[in-house]
Design a binder for this molecule. Structure first.
Ligand code: ASP
Length: 441
């Protein structure tokens, strides 16, 4: 039997009309047997997600204050979905239990997890699917890390005897039976875990955009979609700020060789983005797959005569950073110069100390810090086999008067990272998009 695992994000389940779209999508394909819902998200831009309402309500409860008003608002979100769907269901018992647990200070994670738990019960009822509580199938180890082995075994077994099921996203249980959640946006991870446990042919992740776009739509109007992306390309782009999917969501399915398809609940006919292990570069229209970047970096520039022959120089620099718990992003070097790129926030808290330590440790002739650096990653499996990609990037930047401060090409030739001034960030993104996509050269 074909099996697809489908996860729906909060905006796909924000109210009854969204629930109906979700049900239509599920019914349209018999293989969509296992469903992972998020908690109800925002219905309009300044609405509040139920998860945030729960965190807030619990905070009040944990201080021993009266949380009746906040709790009633949460109940109303669910009750209005139930009423508008016209289903015969009462969550009064569940609400009662949750309220007592809030009074008994059952924990923030427990509180937040109730968002997907309750939404899962409603969705299961509406679809006529079985409900499987994630607390009984998704497990964490004593140290808080996800327990893949135990989960795969128990959840796999449990689901294998069910024709269909709704498994709420975002949480699981600890060895002492308390509830633990993943980090925010973690229902994506649950979807991936369920897909791996049932060995699904595909993990469909339904959201409110039609997959990944080549670059940020706030910078380039209507950028082209990415149809196929590899896990490695996605990792590079996500790290640089492209967000659609939780970063950790790729690991369980990738290990199991299951592709992910990002789809749009509000436009189900769109193909969306397919995330796969390997893809031929010829199936992509463009040389590059995506462009993403981040502001907020700083460079520490070190200069010292004969640095190139001083054994241990780099190690000492990195040791100083390590002692201060600062991770570095890149470290381009010249013969007598070395630059270390770090997150500006990490630097701000430590700057004077750090410089003093570096001076003591490597005795540079000159040390200076440059702020306001942005990094832009141009990612694409097609770059390896296409000559002149770097040339095109730099001539596009030069034509648009963008000064390149740093260049780094990963050894896999999957990406080229350029360091530019923050004020050039938008301009640089547009220039690169234009040359590779609009002009397709
Ligand atoms: N509801 C949780 C959150 O808002 C998890 C999720 O939606 O994936 O972060």
């Amino acid at each position: 039997m074909h099996t697809k695992v489908v996860k729906f994000g909060g905006s796909s389940l924000a109210d009854a009309s969204q629930f109906k779209k979700v049900a239509d999508i599920i019914i349209a394909d018999k293989a969509r047997r296992y469903v992972v819902p998020s908690a109800p998200g925002k219905r309009y831009s300044d609405d509040t997600k139920v998860t945030d309402m729960l965190y807030n309500c619990y905070e009040i409860a944990a201080k021993g204050n009266d949380f009746e008003k906040e709790f009633t608002q949460i109940k109303e979100r669910y009750n209005s979905i139930i009423a508008d769907l016209g289903i015969e269901l009462s969550l009064e018992n569940e609400f009662g239990t949750i309220k007592s647990c809030f009074i008994g200070k059952a924990g923030r994670d427990y509180a937040a997890s109730r968002g997907e738990y309750l939404n899962g019960i409603i969705l299961a009822k509406y679809l006529g699917y079985n409900f499987v509580d994630a607390a009984e199938g998704i497990f964490f180890k004593e140290d808080g890390r996800f327990d893949a082995e135990k989960t795969n075994e128990i959840l796999g077994q449990r689901l294998s005897v069910l024709e269909n099921a709704v498994v709420p996203g975002f949480y699981g249980s600890m060895p002492n039976d308390t509830i633990k959640t993943f980090s925010r946006g973690g229902s994506d991870i649950t979807g991936s875990i369920v897909a791996s446990a049932v060995n699904a042919e595909i993990y469909e992740n339904w959201t409110d955009v039609s997959g990944f776009l080549i670059c940020d739509p706030r910078i380039v109007e209507n950028p082209a979609p990415i149809k196929v992306i590899t896990y490695r390309e996605l990792r590079e782009l996500s790290y640089m700020g492209a967000t659609v999917l939780h970063e950790d969501a790729i690991f369980p399915v990738r290990k199991a060789g299951i592709p992910i398809n990002i789809k749009n609940t509000n436009s189900p006919q769109d193909e969306g983005t397919m995330i796969v292990e390997t893809a031929d570069s010829t199936n992509s229209k463009y040389t590059i797959t995506g462009i993403a970047g981040k502001k907020g970096f700083a460079v520490i520039n070190l200069e010292k005569d004969m640095m190139n022959s001083e054994i241990g120089f780099g190690r000492k620099v990195l040791e100083v950073l390590e002692k201060k718990s600062i991770s570095f992003e890149h470290m381009p070097s010249g013969i007598d110069t070395m630059s270390v790129i770090v997150n500006r926030n990490d630097l701000d808290a430590n700057e004077d100390d750090l410089i003093a330590e570096l001076k003591k440790s490597v005795k540079p002739d000159h040390i200076e810090i440059e702020r306001n650096l942005a990094l832009l990653a141009i990612v694409g499996r097609g770059m390896k086999s296409t000559r002149g990609t770097a040339g095109r990037i730099f001539s596009a930047l030069a034509h648009n008067h963008v000064n390149v401060k740093m260049i780094d090409q990963g050894s896999s030739e999957l990406n080229i990272i350029v360091g530019i001034s923050e004020s050039d960030f938008e301009n640089a993104t547009k220039a690169i998009y234009d040359i590779f996509v609009n002009q397709q050269i």
